[in-house]
Ligand binder design. Sequence first.
Ligand SMILES: Nc1ncnc2c1ncn2[C@@H]1O[C@H](COP(=O)(O)OP(=O)(O)OP(=O)(O)O)[C@@H](O)[C@H]1O
Length: 591
Amino acid sequence: MKNRILISLLYNFITKHPFLFCGLIFSVVMSGALSMIVAVCVAPLADYLLDPSLTNANNITKKFILVLNLFRIPIGVLSFSAIFAIGNMLNSLFVILIFYINRSIGYAVLRDLNVEGFRNFLGARWGFFGSLSQGKILNTFQHEIIKVGDAMTSLANQFAISFQLLLIMALPVFLMPLMVGTSILTLGILTVPFLLLQPLNNKLGALNTSTSGRVMELLHETFQGIKIVQGYGRQESSITRYLSAYDDHVKITLKTQVLSTGVSNLHYTIGILAALAGMGVAIANGGALSEIAITLWSLQRAIPLANSMLVNKVNLDNFTGSYEQLQAIYKKANDYKEVIGEKVFEKFEIEIKFESIHFSYPGRPELFKNLNILIPKGEMVAFVGESGSGKSTIVDLILGLQVPTKGKITVDGINFEDWNKNSFREKIGYVPQDPILFHSSIRDNLLWSRENSTEDELWKACQIANADQFIKKLPEGLDTIVGDRGVLLSGGQRQRIALARAILRKPPILILDEATSSLDTESEQLIQESVDSIAKETTIIVIAHRLSTIVKADRIYVMKMGELLEEGSFSELMQKSKGYFASMFEIQRGA
Ligand SMILES: Nc1ncnc2c1ncn2[C@@H]1O[C@H](COP(=O)(O)OP(=O)(O)OP(=O)(O)O)[C@@H](O)[C@H]1O
C-alpha cells in the first residue's frame, strides 16, 4: 500500500517536473564519480606515507601515476593532496546541489498538493464545509501536506543515496570484496531490529496526524469564538482544553523525534562496528594497507549515507497517516464536487422557478416537500416565516450552494444544473445574514466583488447602501482597515459595506438575507428607499424578519417548518382574515 502510494507520487512528480528529476540524477552521478576519484587518491597518499619513493607502490597507485603523467601533472604528495582536496571540494558542491534539488522536489510536491487541495476544496459544494471542522481543514494545509512533501524529499534522498552508495562502494567491492562483504553482512544483521520498528512508526505517524488536527481545531475554534469565550469568562477552561490537546500532541511528537534521533545515532555506531569488523577480516587475510585505506575511506563516507537511509525510512514509514487523511479529505471534497454546467449565463431574462423541490440536510428529516416557487424577473420577492422555516436554505438552493434531493430548479426555463454556476453567480449581488468582510481596507472589500470599479462607482454604491456618511468620517475613509471578519466596525456598518459590495456589481439579481437586521430604524428606512429605487431594474430576493420592510414586495412567500403557508402581495396577504402573515404583522406592529 505504502509503496504503491510512493510509486504513484514519484511517477506524478517525474511527469510534472522532469527537469528537477534529471538534475537530481546528474548531481548524484557527479557526486558518486567524484567520491570514486577521491577514494582512488587515498591509495597513493597511503603508499606515500609508507614509502615516499613509491618503489613498492600498489597497482592502483601505479595506474594513478600513469594518468597524472598523461596530463603532465608532477608526481608527489602535493599533487596527490591537491587532487584529493579538489575532488572533495567539488563533491561537497554536488552534495549541496543534491540537497537543494531534494528540497526543491519537496517544495514542488508541496505546491502541487496545495494547489490540488485548494482546487478540490473551492470546487466543492457548500455542504462539504459543514461536514468538516475548519481546524481540520487548516491542519490539512499546515501539517499534513507538509509531511507528505517531506516524505517526497526523503524519497528523493533515498534514491540519491542509493545511487551514491553504489558508486562509492564500487571500487572497494572490486578491491576488497571480503572486507566489504563482512561489513555489509554485519551492518545488515545489526539493522534488522531497526526494521522491526516500522509498525511503531506507522502508529506514531497516525497519532501525530490526529493530535495535531485536534490542536489546530481548538486553536481555531477559540479565536473564532473569542468574544463568547471572553464574554462567558471561559478563558481558563479554553486554555486547559487547549493545553491538554497540546500536551497529547507533544507526547507523540517527542516519541517520534526520539525514535528518529535514536535510530540515527545507534545506527551510526553500528555502522562503525561493521567497518571495524570488515577491517579485522581484511587484516587477518593480509590485505594491502593502501587497499584497506581506500575501503575504510569509502566506508566512512558510506556509513552516514546508510544512516540517512534509515532515518528517511522512518520519515517514509510515518507519512502514510498524513497521506491517508489528505486523500480522505480530498475524496470527501470530490464527493461534494459541484456540477458545473456548460451554458454560460449572460443575461437574466425570465424567471427562477422551483418545481416540486424536495430537500433534506444529511441525517435530518426532509425540510422541503414538493416546494413550488416563482421569482419573475424584475419583481421584489420576499420570504418570511419563523426562524428555522427554511428561508436561507431557499437562498442556498438559488445560489446552487445546496442541491435538491428531488425536483427541478430552472433559471430562464433551463435546468439549473446545465448553467455554468459561476457565470450565474457573477450576476448576483448577495448579502448574507452574517456579512463577512476580509481583513483589509473598506476599498479592497468593495473591489473584491468588482475589481475594475472607479472611485465614483465605489462612492455611489456606498451612498445607495447608506454607508458613505460613516466612511467619510473615518480617519482613513475608504482605506480604513476593517479588521478580521470586519471586527473593527459595528454590525450595522458591516452590513452597509456588505450591501455596497453587492450593489457595486450592478447585479440583475440582488439577494438580501436579513441584510438590514442590525440597522437602526432610520438607516433601515434610508436603505429601504435606495433598494426600492434600484428595484425597478433589479430582481430582488429578500428575506425579512421585520415585515414593515417588505410592504412594497410584489410577491411574498410565507414559510413555516419548510412548508409554504401563504403566497401573495402584501395587500393580498393582509386581506386574508386569520391569515398567518396578517397575524404576524399585527404582532410585530403591536410589539
Ligand atoms: N448545514 C445544515 N445542516 C443541517 N441542518 C441545517 C443546516 N442548515 C440549516 N439547517 C436546518 O434547516 C432548517 C432551516 O434552516 P434555515 O437556515 O434555512 O432557516 P431560516 O428560515 O433561514 O432560519 P432563520 O430565520 O433563523 O435564519 C433549520 O431547522 C436548520 O436547523
